[in-house]
Design a protein around this ligand. Structure first.
Ligand code: PLP
Length: 431
C-alpha cells in the first residue's frame, strides 16, 4: 500500500504494492546482485548479527531485492511479514519446520501436491515430525480425531494440485483454532487474486511462486507470508521456540523483540535461512516481481480460458469426465463459489474414453499445447501423469495416489481460448 492511500482492490496491489521508491529513487525494484554488504565498524556489524539493529550483511540470510518483492506478496496476501525462498518446496518446509520439529506432530489434508506429501511423509518423518493426513472432505469429527497433544499446526492447499479440491476453510480453521495451533495454507493455485486465506481463518500462507506468480516458466521460487494473527504467547509452552530465548541469537525472544507480526518470519530468516540457506537469487526475484504486476490480468484470463475449455471438454463425447471447480456439479463447485467467487485457477483434470496408452497418444497429437511437467504458465501445457510423473506405479498404486490411468492434466494458458480449443479439437479428430 501507499502510505495514506490504502488500495481498494487487490489488482492495484499487484501493480503498486510493496516497493515504494522515495523521491529520486529507481522506479523499478533495484537488483542488488551482491552476496555481501560493507560496514565501517565491526561493532555495527556485531549489532546486526545480534538482531539488535536491522540491516543486510550476507545474502544467504536476506537481500534487499528479495525483501522488496516479498513486501508485494505480503501486501497481496494482507500479511504482517513475508520472505522469499528458493522454491515452493523450501517455502512449505520452512513454514512447517519453523514451529514443528522432532517429537512434534502435524495434521495435513491429503489433497496436496505430491512433492509436499513426500516432504511431510518421508523427509519430515525422518526428522522426527509425525503427520496425520485427513481427507479434504472428512467430517469435523474425523478432523478432530487427527489431533494429538503435540500437534503444532494444520496444513492444506487452498486449491490442491492436481486433484483440484477446494479447502473447506471454515472446517479446517475452526479445528486449528479449537486446538490452539495455526492453519498454514499453500495458496499457489488461486493466488491472492482469487483467494484470501488470511481473511478466511488461515494464519500463514505459502506459495510456489514458480507457478502463477512468475507465470512465465522462468523462475523457480517460493514465499511465506505471516498473517500476524496467531498469538504465539497465548500458547507459550507449545511455541517456546518463539517465546523463549534463542541462544543461537544471543538470547533474543522473537515475540518480545519483533511482536506477533514479525516474530515468525524473523525466526524463519534468522534460523532456517541462516542454517539451511534456500535464498533465491536477486535476479530471479526481480523477474518474478516484475511478473507480479500483471498477475491479476493473467489470472483472470487463465480462469476464463479454463472455464471455456472445461465446458468444451464436458460436451465432447470422447471425454469420459472433467474435473474443474468452476463447473456446476463439480464436487468442489460450492466451496469454490464460497471462497473464490472470482474463480479458482487455470488447471483442469479430465479423462478420455480410452486406455492410458490412448491418453498419452492424444497428447502427442497436440500442436500448440506443450507436453510439460508444469502448470500455471502463460503458455498452455498438458501432462499424462500415468506415463510420465507416475510411470513407476501400477494401476492399483495409481488408484491409491488418486491418479486414474486416463487422467490428463491441462494447464490453460493465456492464449486466445479459440486456439486452445482448436488445438484440442484437431487432436480429438485424430483419435
Ligand atoms: N505447492 C504447490 C501447490 C505446487 O503445485 C508445487 C509445485 O508444483 C509446490 C508447492 C512446490 O513448488 P516448487 O516446484 O516451486 O518447489
Amino acid at each position: 500500500m501507499i502510505e495514506g492511500f490504502p488500495f481498494k482492490d487487490v489488482d492495484t496491489t499487484a501493480v503498486q504494492g510493496g516497493y515504494q521508491p522515495a523521491s529520486g529513487e529507481p522506479r523499478q525494484v533495484p537488483i542488488i546482485q551482491s552476496t555481501t554488504f560493507k560496514y565501517s565498524t565491526s561493532e555495527q556489524m556485531a549489532r546486526l548479527f545480534d538482531l539488535a539493529e536491522s540491516g543486510y550483511f550476507y545474502s544467504r540470510l536476506a537481500n534487499p531485492t528479495n525483501d522488496k518483492v516479498a513486501a508485494k506478496i505480503c501486501d497481496l496476501e494482507g500479511g504482517s511479514a513475508a520472505m522469499l525462498t528458493a522454491s515452493g518446496q523450501a517455502a512449505n518446509f520452512f513454514a512447517m519446520f519453523n514451529i514443528a520439529s522432532a517429537g512434534d506432530h502435524i495434521v495435513a489434508s491429503s489433497a496436496i501436491y505430491g512433492g509436499t506429501f513426500n516432504l511431510i511423509s518421508v523427509t519430515m518423518a525422518r526428522m522426527g515430525v509425525e503427520c496425520t493426513f485427513v481427507e479434504p472432505d472428512c467430517s469435523a469429527e474425523e478432523l478432530e480425531a487427527a489431533f494429538r497433544p503435540n500437534t503444532k499446526l494444520v496444513f492444506g492447499e487452498s486449491v490442491s494440485n492436481p486433484s483440484l479440491a477446494v479447502l473447506d476453510f471454515d472446517k479446517f480453521s475452526a479445528a486449528a483454532k479449537a486446538h490452539g495451533v495455526p492453519l498454514i495454507v499453500d495458496n499457489t493455485f488461486p493466488t491472492p487474486i482469487n483467494c484470501n486465506p488470511l481473511g478466511r481463518g488461515a494464519n500463514i500462507v505459502t506459495h510456489s511462486t514458480t507457478k502463477y506468480m512468475d507465470g512465465h516458466g522462468s523462475c523457480v521460487g517460493g514465499a511465506i507470508v505471516d498473517g500476524g494473527n496467531f498469538d504465539w504467547t497465548a500458547y507459550g509452552d507449545r511455541y517456546a521456540c518463539l517465546t523463549t530465548p534463542d541462544e543461537s541469537y544471543h538470547g533474543v525472544v522473537y515475540t518480545d523483540a519483533f511482536g506477533l507480526g514479525g516474530a515468525y518470519i524473523t525466526k524463519a530468516t534468522a534460523q532456517l535461512m541462516r542454517d539451511l540457506g534456500s535464498i533465491p537469487s536477486p535476479i530471479s526475484s526481480f523477474i518474478m516481481g516484475a511478473h507480479l504486476e500483471s498477475l491479476h490480468l493473467r489470472i483472470a484470463r487463465h480462469v476464463a480460458n479454463a472455464q471455456r475449455v472445461a465446458e468444451y471438454l464436458q460436451a465432447n463425447p470422447k471425454v469420459a469426465w472433467v474435473r474443474y471447480p468452476g463447473l456446476p456439479g463439480d464436487p468442489y463447485y460450492e466451496l469454490a463459489q464460497k471462497y473464490m467467487p472470482k474463480g479458482t485457477c487455470g488447471v483442469i483434470a479430465f479423462g478420455l474414453n480410452g486406455s492410458a496408452a490412448e491418453a498419452a497418444a492424444f497428447t502427442d497429437k497436440l500442436k500448440m499445447i506443450a507436453i510439460a511437467t508444469h502448470v500455471a504458465d502463460a503458455r498452455s501445457c498438458i501432462l499424462h501423469p500415468a506415463s510420465t510423473t507416475h510411470r513407476q506405479l501400477n494401476n492399483e498404486q495409481l488408484a491409491a495416489a488418486g491418479v486414474k490411468p486416463e487422467l490428463l492434466r491441462l494447464s490453460c494458458g493465456i492464449e486466445g481460448a479459440d486456439d486452445i480449443v482448436a488445438d484440442l479439437d484437431q487432436a480429438f479428430a485424430q483419435i
